[in-house]
Design a protein around this ligand. Structure first.
Ligand code: ZN
Length: 240
């Protein structure tokens, strides 16, 4: 979810996506390309933010406004550092990135440009943001616009917010994105093929706790994505 209206808070956002942690392997920082993405995710020596060798990623980890990220999840999460076409750096779980790049490439061939806009945010960083914003804008504002640390899907490393590039113009404002109905109508049917689901679909606010976010994709793996999609479910309903 995009926690803020970007136009107001560009500075804060860039601070938000900045890496609070560094991933050791220099080779992990590169311009995204499908082949490179493939190579890098073949390596089994990812280090997590805590420096431990990671075990297995729980691609079904379930997080929402009432369901907290498991306490030990982040410590085991493998992350790589990648850049979007504008050179902005992000941290992301490797398999999620590999599949995102595949999706991006296929869409490019159709004349649609999607770019990473917001990906992983650590719980620690979210706490800092909440504190900063409480001081600046007050508790009511924070309650309304800032995700509670530990309860954002962006902590999982498996969620991506995209922005669009249309006629050379970056579209990343929430309302402008929602207005791009034709483009999203072409993107959304492709998501499951690459293991993603549209996490906050239209008309499911009462179940997901979020209004429609056509830009927020969650990686769950192809098999699960297909099951969720074919059944017309939200992740909340599927995980019950
Ligand atoms: Zn999001």
């Amino acid at each position: 979810m995009k926690a803020f209206k970007k136009k107001l808070l560009i500075g804060a956002l860039s601070a938000m996506v900045c890496c609070s942690f560094t991933y050791e392997a220099e080779a992990a920082s590169y311009q995204g390309a499908t082949n490179q993405a493939k190579d890098i995710t073949k390596q089994d020596d990812f280090k997590t933010i805590s420096g431990n060798k990671h075990t297995a990623v729980d691609y079904l980890v379930f997080v929402n406004k009432t369901h907290k990220l498991p306490d030990d999840y982040e410590a085991k999460l493998p992350l790589i550092t990648v850049k979007n076409s504008f050179g902005r750096e992000f941290q992301i779980e490797p398999e999620t990135y590999r599949h995102f790049e595949q999706l991006r490439t296929v869409l490019k061939q159709k004349g649609i440009q999607i770019e990473l806009d917001s990906v992983y945010r650590s719980v620690a960083r979210q706490k800092e943001i909440a504190a900063e914003f409480t001081q600046k804008y007050g508790a009511d504002y924070v309650k309304k616009y800032v995700a509670v640390p530990g309860y954002s899907e962006h902590h999982t490393g498996l969620a991506v917010d995209i922005c669009l590039v249309v006629d050379g113009k970056i579209i990343d404002d929430n309302d402008e994105m929602i207005a791009q109905k034709e483009i999203f109508a072409q993107i959304h049917p492709l998501l499951t093929e690459y293991g993603f689901i549209l996490r906050y679909p239209q008309g499911k606010d009462n179940i997901t706790g979020y209004s429609y976010e056509p830009w927020h994709f969650r990686y769950v793996g192809k098999e699960t994505a297909k099951k969720i999609n074919d059944a017309g479910l939200t992740m909340e309903e599927y995980m019950k």
